[in-house]
Ligand binder design. Structure first.
Ligand code: ADP
Length: 629
């Protein structure tokens, strides 16, 4: 074969400097592209052998990545299908895009290397991001094929001649350019291979590594060890997600988790094995991590693969937001990985995949709930936040999660939303037919209010999580007919759940006015509004409450968007004076000075009971108490 020169069939002067410069930020993906090509070539020969179209020796299929610091080269070699000179001309020279004009137009809009590579099939050409010159040495599997050598210096012209390979397969030799010398480094290359090639389906070898091996026994019968050099194989060619769920035990899932996240110290709670082939292709394993009671920054993110090639761990548009708290892998050749984010959002496959994952996650939770409710309840502390968040953000998920979302009360009992409705619907119905759910956000601080509710035979839920104020509103909308949620300290208990029977106020209108005046004077705080109310004698003389609506809006403003207005409002309390309490009679009958002292004392007591009395106010209270004893 004589040397042949030609021009790569694109009509622009010199496209490579453009690619190189433009793609600068993700240059490391050249290795992903070239190693993937080598893996594809290896799999193709395997397939041909399986089909009986190749009868030669298959050998041990392995892709080698080597570098030579002095020669400034990186070589990717495979013993795959190989290419004839004709095939090189066909596959490599004709860049798969319709024309240079289109390319030049489109590249201006493109945001990253992935986008350009994907759109124009420039996988192989990504080599020119890091190399001045690229050579191919290849020998096709076909009988009688001649080895071919191709070389291109980054201009649009190439040279093809007789090659030197004597065994089937391809070497791609990159002559690394000056700006990319960082890649001529063992650790840098190892890092890139670990990232992109860890689960490729064909063995990837990167030099050798030393390990210790048993070497007989010493004279005392103790084992001896020696250091040996072994192949440094980067990848597990058969990762758990590619296997059938029936072939995997719990231990396999756990050890795969450790393989994915070697630095993780916590074990996952449970997992879901994803496996569909219609209407799209998707496999994967999602793990439920142990969550702290806050949205911690997730270090272990879901990794996205396409046919076992790592693509990204930025899965924002493919996985619904609430599922981003999960860990694991998703592998789908159907996700358009090489296009821009805006395209991803509009892509119907992506939407379908996201819906599918939501459904699978909901189904799995439902299954655990049904088959092992006790175990499910035990895990609730870890998964509750995640489930509630999902319900608040994803309607489809909420529809299913309504059946297994748990409500916990202060007695530590768990109820589903339906069960809880049944439990309280009679006893906690008010005179207008509203079903009032009482809840506490801090059982310690709201203890006296909880005690009052319990004394009435009411139940109190614990909603003390970071998004529970939003969840309270969700329950009102979706948790059953006429459900209202009120925090136990939102008012005095008889006001929280107003029943038909009315308690008579024992004070005359004039006395009532007088009591209000005394208290207003004694308290003299703008944020406290005094009301005299008819309550039963056993209740506290004074209670300090904070309106449910305002408080919840403020809480939600802290964890939600666009409600900052509420957060900026000052706290506003209601002081409910129990007009039927004997103390109030005493106050009316006392001298002005004593009346004020008693009123102040009763008010401070109310503040104290909810942890609002602190500092010098607390000291004054203690002193006054001593005087009053
Ligand atoms: P893509 O991989 O997306 O098709 P590339 O530019 O990366 O685009 O490669 C173009 C073609 O060149 C491949 O489809 C394949 O036919 C051929 N090719 C590339 N690398 C190899 C290799 N190592 N062995 C055999 N064929 C290869």
């Amino acid at each position: 074969m004589s040397t042949e020169k030609g021009t790569i069939s694109i009509n622009t002067e010199n496209i490579f400097p453009v690619i190189k410069k433009f793609l600068y930020s993700d240059t490391e993906i050249f290795l992903r592209e070239l190693v993937s090509n080598a893996v594809d070539a290896s799999q193709k020969i395997k397939r041909l052998a399986a089909l009986g179209q190749f009868n030669g020796e298959l050998g041990d299929l392995v892709v080698d990545v080597k570098f030579d610091k002095d020669a400034k080269t990186i070589t990717i070699s495979d013993n795959g299908i190989g290419m004839t000179a004709e095939e090189i001309k066909k596959y490599i020279n004709q860049i798969a895009f319709s024309g240079a004009t289109e390319f030049m137009e489109k590249f201006k809009e493109a945001k990253d290397a992935n986008e350009i590579i994907g759109r124009f099939g420039l996988g192989f050409y990504s080599a020119f991001m890091v190399a001045d010159k690229v050579e191919i040495e290849s020998l096709s599997y076909q009988e009688g094929a001649e080895p071919a050598h191709w070389v291109c210096d980054g201009s649009t012209s190439y040279e093809i001649s007789k090659g030197s390979r004597t065994s089937r397969g391809t070497d791609v030799i990159l002559h690394i350019n000056e700006e990319s010398e960082e890649f001529l480094d063992k650790f840098r290359l190892q890092e890139i291979l670990d990232k992109y090639a860890k689960f490729l389906p064909v063995k990837i070898r990167f030099g050798t590594k030393s390990t210790t091996e048993k070497d007989g026994e010493d004279e005392n019968g103790k084992p001896k060890y020696k250091t040996v050099e072994v192949d440094n194989i980067i990848n597990n060619t058969n990762p758990a997600w590619t296997k059938a769920p029936a072939d995997l035990k719990d231990e396999d899932y756990l050890s795969f988790y450790r393989e994915l996240y070697p630095y993780s110290t916590e074990e996952p709670l449970f997992w879901i094995h994803l496996n569909v082939d219609y209407p799209f292709n998707l496999t994967g394993i999602l793990y439920f991590p142990k969550l702290k009671n806050e949205f911690e920054v997730q270090r272990n993110k879901i990794k996205l693969y396409s046919r076992q090639v790592f693509i990204t761990d930025e899965v924002k548009d493919i996985v619904p937001e609430y599922l981003m708290l999960l860990h694991g892998v998703i592998d789908s050749p159907d996700i358009p990985l090489n296009v821009s984010r805006s395209f991803l959002q509009a892509d119907s496959n992506v939407k379908k995949i996201s819906n599918y994952i939501t459904k699978k996650v909901a189904d799995k939770l439902q299954e655990i709930f049904k088959t092992d409710r006790k175990g499910f309840e035990e895990k609730w502390n870890d998964i509750g936040l995640f489930i509630k968040y999902g319900m608040l953000t994803e309607e489809k998920f909420a529809e299913k999660a309504n059946d297994f979302c748990l409500l916990k009360n202060i007695a530590n009992e768990n109820y589903t939303i339906k069960e809880y409705y049944e439990k309280v619907k009679d006893i906690q119905a008010d005179k207008d037919g509203n079903i009032v759910y009482l809840y506490t956000s801090d059982a310690n601080q709201q203890d006296s209010f909880i005690a009052n509710a319990k004394a009435k035979g009411y139940d109190v839920l614990v909603l003390d999580g970071p998004i529970d104020s939003h969840f309270a509103s969700y329950l009102e909308q979706k948790g059953g007919e006429k459900v209202q949620l009120k925090r136990v300290d939102a008012d005095v208990i008889d006001k929280l759940i107003q029943k038909e029977e009315k308690i008579e106020l024992k004070l005359s209108e004039e006395e009532s006015k007088k009591v209000t005046e005394i208290f207003n004077k004694a308290i003299s705080r703008k944020d406290m509004e005094v009301h005299v109310e008819a309550m039963s004698e056993e209740e506290l003389p004074v209670s300090v409450t904070i309106d449910e609506f305002m408080r919840r809006m403020k809480d939600m403003a802290k964890t939600g968007k666009g409600m900052g207005f509420y957060d900026s409002l000052p706290d506003h309390y209601k002081v409910s004076v129990n007009g039927n309490h004997p103390l109030v009679k005493r106050i009316i009958e006392s001298s002005e000075e004593d009346a004020e002292k008693l009123a102040k004392q009763a008010f401070d007591l109310a503040l104290l009971s909810r942890g609002l009395l602190t500092g010098s106010d607390l000291t004054t209270f203690v002193k006054r108490s001593v005087e009053l004893i």
